[in-house]
Every structure is written in C-alpha cells, then in structure tokens.
Write a protein that binds this ligand. Structure first.
Ligand code: GLV
Ligand code: MN
Ligand code: MN
Length: 405
C-alpha cells in the first residue's frame, strides 16, 4: 500500500516555479490540469469512477450501489497560491486516496457511497475569488459574474473553463451535486503553529475565520519620471505605499484582526514611468464579521483620504467574502470518537485560513482534520509535513470515514 508521501512524490515536479520558488498551480493552467489528470489516473487505478460536474469539480466514487445522494465526501483542492507549498490542498487529496486504500485493506463494506472530490480554484489565485468551485456549487456566486472574471492575462473564466473541457453556460448552483453531499470531511495541512504548540500530529477543526478580499484601484496621472517635477505629480504608487502602511496599522489596532496587502500592480509598470494606475488587493479577516466590515470601512476611509491628498482617486470592489464558520458540532463529536482509537484526546483547533469545507457548510455538515506543519509556515515553499505525520493523518481520516460509512 502506498504512503501519503509516495503518492505526493509522483507530483513533486508538477508546477514548480523557478522564479518564485515552490509551486504555482493556477486553476486550469497546464500544471493544475496535469494534476487533475494525475488524480483521475490515481482514482481509476483504485477502481474509483471519476466524473466532472458542471462547475469543474472532480468526483471519484468508490461505491455507488447505495446511490449518490447523501454520500460521504472527502477531498480538497490541487490549485495553489503563486509560489506556494507542496501540501496546501494536495495533502487532503492524497490522504483521501490513501484512506480509501486503508478502508479496503480493513475490509470495510460501506453502507453509503463515498466520493473523493477535488475543488477548482480554492485559492482564487487566478480569478480572484477563493473557493470558486464550492461557491459555484452552493449558488453563492452569480454565474454571469464568474464567467466574466479575468485572470492577470485578461483571459476570462468562461474561456479558461471552456479550454479545460467545461461548458461555461452550465456553471452555477448544482442541486444534484448538493444532494450528493451527506457529510464532507476535508483533511488539510495546518497552516500555523497550532499543532506544534499542542505537540500533536492531528487536530479536529473547530472554526474557520471570516475573511474577505477587496480590490482597490487607485488612479493618478501617468507621466515621465524625468520631466515631471515632484510637486506636479499625482502618483498612485506613492498613495498605494501609504495605504499598505495604513492597512497594517488599522489591523494592529484591532484585537484578533488580520489584514494584508499581498499583491500590488502598478500600471503600466516602467522604471522611468510614473504609474497611471495601481491595483492593490486587500485581504481582511476577523472572527466577528461586523468587525471585519468596520475595519474595512476604516481602511477604505483612510485610503480615500490618502489618495485625495496625493491627487488620486480610489475605487474599492469586493471580490469575495465569507463569514466565520463553526464546523458542525455533531460531526466534530463523531470525529472525536473516531479518533479515540488512533489519537485519543485529539485537540480541536480553529483555522485562520479559508477552505471549501467552510463554504460547503451552508449545504451539509462539514468537518476538518489538520495535520501538523513543523515549520508553522504556509502559502510559501517552506510549508512542510513529515512523512510519519502525513500517514498519521491518513489513518485518522480512514478512522473517521470508517465510522461515518
Ligand atoms: C486560502 O488558503 C486562504 O486562506 O485564503
Ligand atoms: Mn491556501
Ligand atoms: Mn487549502
């Protein structure tokens, strides 16, 4: 039987980013498409029947004699942030495949169908909206809006999904897929220091921090770097620099808040050119959704003032937003009991990251398992999972699935 690490070893060269380091596996790029093909082959080797639904979610079915409705679903995503680590997403997918192997080895005869699912564009790295696949499935996004989303090269989601073999006309809330999800359990690499501090290989997820993404477009006067006197400038990059500092200060003054500017794009972007426009992307998170909204308002107000002082204009657009999610209490208890065999007293842990399990919680009971990351670093090439911990995670997932089947 394969270990989780040996399953992941097969994709260790896919989507490596020589410039940024780590992996860049944007949805529907050659790298992510090749991972989807790899997943399909791995699932078929195990005798699982793979289907792609109308939102591009892959479903690999172990046994459908009990019908597809109300199935037990596990899985995660294969896309990555730019220059991300090897485990955020793929660990959950590989662990799900190994968990199926373990269940078979144990001779488990499922009383309900089990599917391993792979959700596209969980990171929102290419089209801006995180958990795009699960949001489409649950109907929280307008399909027209999604079709018109563009990537940094101006390619629309409609065109990219068509090139990946989907029919973009059929994107949107999928009642058939919703009916399939009886329970959803996502295993994921832990993305902070939680499990290091708890000295445990595995934890059960308790909550997912509310978060949102906004895009601030700052327009100024594009001009010549040599001929424009300093006093005559309306430089959006100077305004953006001050907005970045204001974001940091506003979040630091709000207990429990996190706010980040991780992406900034001056247009046209020339050394001897004063930018005419800067696109700035903002990520704000807090457990209290009202605090997130208030913090955003404060940042927006400060950005308006900063931009006006610099002779620029700022326009804020929301890209995505999710409230804080409390994972299903009964399912958490089931996980706790199931882990009683392999991980008695497994701790519970909140997560500051976003996950499809949080979005799917709107249509079915969902739960998460986290596996220790000894670096405590994620969304970076330094993200890591020890081989033994990865196998411990797959065993924990198999125990949970065993009980739920
Ligand atoms: C995804 O990992 C996120 O938290 O944005
Ligand atoms: Mn991530
Ligand atoms: Mn993830």
């Amino acid at each position: 039987m394969q270990t989780v690490s040996s399953v992941l070893d097969a994709i260790s060269d896919v989507g490596r980013d020589a410039t940024r380091g780590g992996y860049s596996r944007g949805v529907f790029t050659p790298a992510e498409s090749s991972l989807r093909e790899w997943f399909t082959a791995e699932a078929e080797t195990r005798g699982l029947a793979v289907e792609t639904d109308r939102n591009g979610i892959l479903w690999a079915w172990w046994d459908v004699t009990a019908g597809r409705d109300g199935a037990l679903v596990t899985g995660s995503h294969l896309d990555s942030v730019p220059g991300g680590g090897a485990f955020d997403g793929p660990l959950g997918v590989a662990s799900a495949l190994v968990a199926v192997d373990l269940l078979r080895e144990r001779g488990v005869r499922p009383q309900r169908s089990l599917a391993v699912a792979v959700f596209p564009e969980e990171e929102g790295s290419r089209f801006g909206v995180s958990c795009l696949g699960s949001r489409l499935l649950t109907g929280t996004l307008d399909p027209d809006h999604v079709r018109s989303l563009t990537d940094p090269d101006g390619i629309t989601f409609a065109d990219a999904s068509r090139a990946a073999g989907l029919d973009p006309a059929h994107l949107g809330r999928d009642e058939e897929a919703i009916a399939r999800i009886g329970d959803f359990v996502e295993l994921h690499v832990e993305q902070g220091r939680g499990l290091i501090d708890l000295d445990s290989a595995v934890a059960i997820g308790s909550t997912m921090l509310g978060h949102g993404r906004w895009r601030l477009s700052i327009t100024g006067q594009g001009n010549h770097a040599g001929t424009t006197l300093m006093a005559d400038r309306a430089d959006p990059l100077v305004a953006a620099a001050q907005v970045v500092l204001a974001v940091r200060k506003a979040a630091a003054e709000q207990d429990g808040a996190r706010a980040t500017v991780g992406r900034l794009q001056p247009v046209p972007g020339g050394t001897n050119v004063i930018a005419s426009r800067v696109e700035l992307w903002l990520d704000v998170r807090h457990e209290d959704d009202a605090v997130t909204a208030a913090l955003l308002e404060r940042i927006h107000g400060q950005a308006q003032k900063i931009c006006a002082f610099e002779g620029c204009r700022a326009t804020l657009t929301e890209e995505s937003r999710s409230g804080t999610v409390h994972f299903d209490g009964a399912l958490q208890r089931t996980l706790g009991n199931a882990l009683g065999r392999s991980f008695p007293g497994a701790p519970t842990l909140p997560t500051g990251a976003g996950h499809d399990a949080g979005i799917l919680g709107a249509v079915a009971p969902t739960a998460m398992l986290f596996v220790r990351n000894p670096t405590g670093v994620s969304h970076s090439p330094e993200e890591f999972v020890e081989r033994d911990d990865a196998d411990a995670g797959a065993t924990a997932l198999a125990d949970v699935l065993d009980d739920l089947l």
